[in-house]
Design a protein around this ligand. Sequence first.
Ligand code: SF4
Length: 357
Amino acid sequence: MCATPTRDVEATLSQIQLLEAHGADIIRVAIDSRKDVEALKSLRQETDAVLVVDLQESYRLVEQVAPLVQKVRYNPGHLHHHQKNVPVRDKVAFLVDQCGAHNCAIRIGVNFGSLDPEKKEAGESPIESALASVREHIEFMDQLSFSQFLVSLKSSDPNAVIEINRRFHKEHPEIPVHLGVTEAGMLPLGEIKTRVAFENLIPFGVGDTIRVSLTLPFEEKYRELEIGRKILADIRDGRFRSVPRFEHSGLNIISCPSCSRVENTAFVELAQQVKEMSQFAEKYDITIAVMGCRVNGPGETDDADIGLWCAPNHVNLKRGEESLGVYPYDEILERVRQELQNLVEERFQGTTAAVPR
Ligand code: SF4
């Protein structure tokens, strides 16, 4: 996936070339605005790479995008945001019409951090809500007689990725699946989470395309490909590293892989600083999520104990679903340190972690 802003054609083209040079078969770019579409037109003239566009909320842009790319990804959880009076089925029909006219495939990309609000409310768990959402959209595809689609069901929890993809594959073995652990975070844990999920799915015939999502500086995004190919080679040769379940305990830091929507490039450094600062709490079962933008940040941080999501000039801080306010980039780290210390004291009464100053 390109992490550069799509409208920066030069930077995005060099990111595409970097990923191609390291063996990417499919490269994803995000499109949110007409400026991004104009940039995509320029990119298309410069590269023959197989491109997939992530549409998120701006589903109507598919009209300009579908002629230019091989695949479009939409998130059922994001189709509710724009044009609230238009039924979701009509929006999907529009996507299908445009993609069908240009021989463009569709990925129905369900993400635990941005579930369809109705399904989230009605479901007993994120897994049930996500399955209900994907079932509804498969039904739309059937009604619209569109068969050139695949599905992805992603979570930042590898055990959830394993469970939901196994269940989905059992229900629909005929539908191709794109696999990934979203917001797997930084190395080395990000690789371990991804490996555990892939090792427990791919040997059982689940998974047709893969993505490794790590928080890395833009110029090092190729490492996602190296790690993905290594995991595939290990699986092919029977070299398994994981136990059947991801049994990690202690501090868990989730961070998004960054993409063209990152609102301030300080995000990648902030994620690394949060990781280093929080080591004093490494033995406690606490999850911290650090996200790069407003598109997925607010939803993805809901399930974390402490959540940060980055805006252009400030960082939003949350405890679970509750907002704790916004802080400038040069103040947020100290504020997170205090919040983490408070959490350790409240939750693990009588224990006081030594906070480094
Ligand atoms: S949270 Fe935002 S910046 Fe990070 S990967 Fe998701 S869309 Fe991109």
